[in-house]
Design a binder for this molecule. Structure first.
Ligand SMILES: CC(C)(COP(=O)(O)OP(=O)(O)OC[C@H]1O[C@@H](n2cnc3c(N)ncnc32)[C@H](O)[C@@H]1OP(=O)(O)O)[C@@H](O)C(=O)NCCC(=O)NCCS
Length: 213
């Protein structure tokens, strides 16, 4: 696993070989084993400090993504080359919605339709699961092709600085964002965090016992 993550980052520092091709990456639900490579890909795409500083991150931190709406794309060798996740939020009081992002595709695999395929997969699956609307902060020229519009998020704001022109919405059910007004807040389940007692107990287990466990 360590090796693969290092390789992934290193691979982006040089251009893809001229004859680089291969089968299209396969999109599936993210697995626990994908996490380290997903994080490396996001660091590569956005920069570690920058991505954790984003206002959207305030709606994701400490939360689980929405059930069935965390996707990974794997290249032919099994490495993660694309990631996209959606999160539960409320778009103002009592108006459930999803927050989409981050979306990232490894530089070697860009401009081949993978980002589009991941977006369409996510939108279709969110629709199938009965969700009403998706919000995101991103480049409007990219997301407009999937139907995202700034006007649908006009009455909403985020818990931090954001550019209004990059704050976009998409209705999966007609009228789902009509009249939406207020602060977007996270509503997803919390990630399990070990209690202080558990952390202390772990630290006090003798190393020999840990090795044999
Ligand atoms: C944005 C990103 C996910 C697109 O992935 P991709 O697999 O290359 O996307 P696709 O192949 O489906 O689409 C490529 C098209 O989108 C366009 N595009 C890519 N990024 C764009 C952007 N930020 N704004 C506008 N258009 C963009 C490309 O020019 C190309 O246009 P074309 O179809 O007219 O040739 C990828 O470039 C990436 O990971 N970027 C870094 C992370 C990032 O910025 N993510 C969020 C975007 S706000």
């Amino acid at each position: 696993m360590e090796r693969a993550v290092t390789d992934l980052a290193a691979a982006s520092l040089v251009p893809a070989p001229a004859d680089f091709a291969g089968p299209a990456p396969a999109i599936s639900l993210e697995r626990a084993a994908d996490v380290a490579q997903r994080e490396a890909l996001l660091d590569l795409a956005f920069g570690r400090a920058a991505r954790f500083g984003k206002t959207s991150e305030r709606l994701r931190e400490g939360r689980k993504p929405a059930e069935g709406l965390a996707f990974a794309a794997h290249g032919a060798d099994g490495r993660v080359v694309g990631t996209l996740r959606l999160w539960h939020v409320t778009a103002g009081p009592a108006r459930p919605a999803l927050l989409l992002g981050p979306l990232a595709v490894h530089p070697w695999f860009r401009d081949r339709g993978l980002g589009k395929a991941m977006m369409i997969t996510a939108i279709n699956e969110a629709t199938r699961l009965g969700h009403g609307a998706i919000l995101l902060v991103g480049d409007a020229p990219y997301y407009a092709r999937f139907g995202f519009e700034q006007r649908l998020a006009d009455g909403l704001w985020l818990p931090g600085a954001f550019e209004r022109s990059r704050f976009l919405g998409l209705e999966l059910k007609s009228g789902a964002l009509e009249g939406a007004r207020g602060l977007v807040s996270p509503t997803g389940d919390f990630l399990a965090v070990p209690s202080l007692d558990e952390l202390i107990a772990r630290e006090s287990v003798p190393a020999a016992l840990k090795r044999s466990a």
